[in-house]
Design a protein around this ligand. Structure first.
Ligand code: NAP
Ligand code: MG
Length: 481
């Protein structure tokens, strides 16, 4: 079956019937679907539809918008198993991980629907008499949502739901590796009765869809999750029209383990944050910085954990880690592993450099590097795969300096029983999401999510800033006497 774009409430093929196919990373012989390869014109049509639908959608009451989105939420809950299969077949993560992603999306959606009912402004006393002064938040207009493939369901939900609740209309571009997941989200909104033009989905390339959305003056805000270089390009292009951007970008997330850490806790949290979803969380732990008293035991325990991970098809319930998402990602990760070895890091005993196989699938063995030094490529660049690098230091101060010594600033953790070290870490860690004795990836929807330094720009997602980003302020002075 060929999936279509969703524009002005209609499922439409791309102009010239152009399509691209998507394959299952666990079995590249299996085509998972054909998707619209949209042209610039198709994208412009989606933008025009969102632009035209803005007036009537903003005029609806928040209660009406809430009713439609609650219906979509219920459909997502009802379709959890079906959506999870689509995620696993396109992204490769295990079925349990796909269900976990949907459960997170359900919580985010529930929170943002409620948050959209409280578009809080303020009233303040003013100097001139007989005057009511207050501020309100208003929707921005048609907005663009450009999503990644690693959380192909949760990330779009986290962006689109606050945008829609606040009264904006949306043009959504799923990642080209996971278009089918974008379509199932779109289907839920369609089935919930979202009015024509309020939500539009166009699949296709970053060039013909993504940058056309970003460069169009009718688009009043861009929410993007993806790589840092693409995010920088988006911010530049959006600057032409002064379009505000919310950029959630890459990471190189450290976990510090001090000598006084609870080793069981640290090992479990790090193994999960490093290898779940084959290390393709933007908040995955990719660097462990351990003080020398605990490093040998930590490395031994992590090596044992890695050896237990069973790599296989995510549809098989006994699989611990699915394939990485696509042949290009696999090649990039293999290049990093080779670079790690070439630059002198030690691939931990019992692990060999994974070999490129016959090209039938995208499986990779999880990898643990030790004897990593701070200037090695694998210690500095985002790998976005199941590769963990361990560095050993003498002191907490040294660990802290190394943790911050990367261009990124998304997430971090420390494992320690020392209150002083924990709170000093919290004060000094240059990230948007910091943890003590919890894995670097942990988050809840009530609080903001976003990075600093090269990991993000603009207001973060989720929490109260989820809606805030998609609204603009208006300050009102009313002289009534
Ligand atoms: P990417 O290349 O930046 O792609 C992300 C999205 O942007 C895709 O939909 C992509 O479309 C689109 N795109 C590509 N070029 C574009 C352009 N010139 N203009 C507009 N849109 C464009 O990212 P990726 O390499 O696929 O994804 C992995 C990266 O995402 C990692 O760096 C990871 O850390 C980051 N990430 C960050 C977070 C976070 O919240 N901080 C969450 C998840 C992932 P196509 O798919 O069609 O190319
Ligand atoms: Mg890309």
């Amino acid at each position: 079956m060929q999936a279509c774009n969703y524009i002005q409430g209609q499922w439409k093929r791309a102009s010239g019937q152009k399509a691209f196919e998507q394959r299952n990373p666990a079995n590249l012989a299996e085509v998972t679907g054909q998707y619209a390869d949209s042209s610039r014109e198709d994208t412009l049509e989606a933008i025009a539809a969102a632009h035209a639908a803005f007036g009537p959608w903003r005029a609806k009451s928040t209660f009406e918008r809430q009713t439609i989105l609650k219906r979509a939420l219920q459909l997502i809950i009802d379709r959890r198993d079906q959506i999870a299969t689509v995620i696993t077949k396109e992204n490769g993560k295990t079925l349990a991980e796909s269900k976990g992603e949907i459960d997170s999306a359900i919580k985010e959606m529930d929170f943002q629907i409620a948050e959209g009912m409280r578009m809080l402004g303020k009233t303040v006393p003013v100097e001139i008499g007989g005057t009511l002064a207050y501020s309100t938040r208003e929707p921005r207009g048609a907005v663009g949502v450009i999503a990644p493939w690693n959380f192909p369901f949760n990330v779009p939900v986290r962006k689109c739901v606050p945008a829609l609740m606040a009264g904006n209309t949306v043009v959504f571009k799923p990642a080209s590796l996971t278009p089918g997941v974008g379509i199932v989200l779109t289907q839920a909104l369609h089935d919930a009765g979202i009015p024509a033009g309020v939500f539009n989905c166009a699949t296709g390339s970053g060039r013909n869809v993504g940058s056309v959305i970003v460069g169009d003056p009718r688009i009043k805000a861009i929410s993007f999750t993806g790589s840092t270089p693409v995010g920088k390009g988006i911010q530049k292009l959006a600057a032409e029209n002064l379009t505000p951007c919310q950029l959630e970008l890459g990471g190189k997330n450290p976990s510090i383990v001090l000598d006084d850490a609870d080793l069981d806790l640290a090992v479990a949290a790090i193994a999960r944050a490093a290898y779940a979803c084959a290390g393709q969380w933007c908040t995955s732990t990719s660097r462990v910085i351990a003080t020398k008293g605990i490093a040998p035991a930590l490395i031994a325990r992590l090596t044992a954990e890695v050896a237990k991970i069973r790599v296989g098809d995510g549809m098989d319930p006994s699989t611990g880690m699915g394939p990485v998402c696509g042949t290009e990602q696999k090649r990039i990760i293999l290049d990093y592993i080779e670079k790690g070895v070439a630059e002198g890091a030690r691939l931990h005993p019992g692990m060999e450099v994974p070999q490129e196989d016959s090209g039938k699938n995208c499986y990779l063995k999880p990898v643990l590097f030790t004897e990593v030094t701070p200037r090695m490529t694998i210690a500095q660049e985002e790998i976005f795969g199941p590769v963990l690098s361990v560095m050993t230091v003498d002191t907490f101060e040294e660990a802290m300096a190394l943790a911050n010594d990367v261009p990124f600033g998304l997430a971090s953790s420390i494992f320690t029983r020392s209150l002083g070290h924990a709170l000093t870490f919290m004060e000094k860690t240059d990230v948007g999401l910091a943890h003590v004795n919890i894995m670097s990836s942990y988050k809840e929807p009530q609080l903001e999510f976003g990075g600093v330094k090269e990991s993000g720009a603009g207001l973060p997602e989720a929490g109260t800033s989820g809606i805030h980003f998609f609204t603009e302020h208006k300050v009102c002075y009313v002289k009534y006497r």
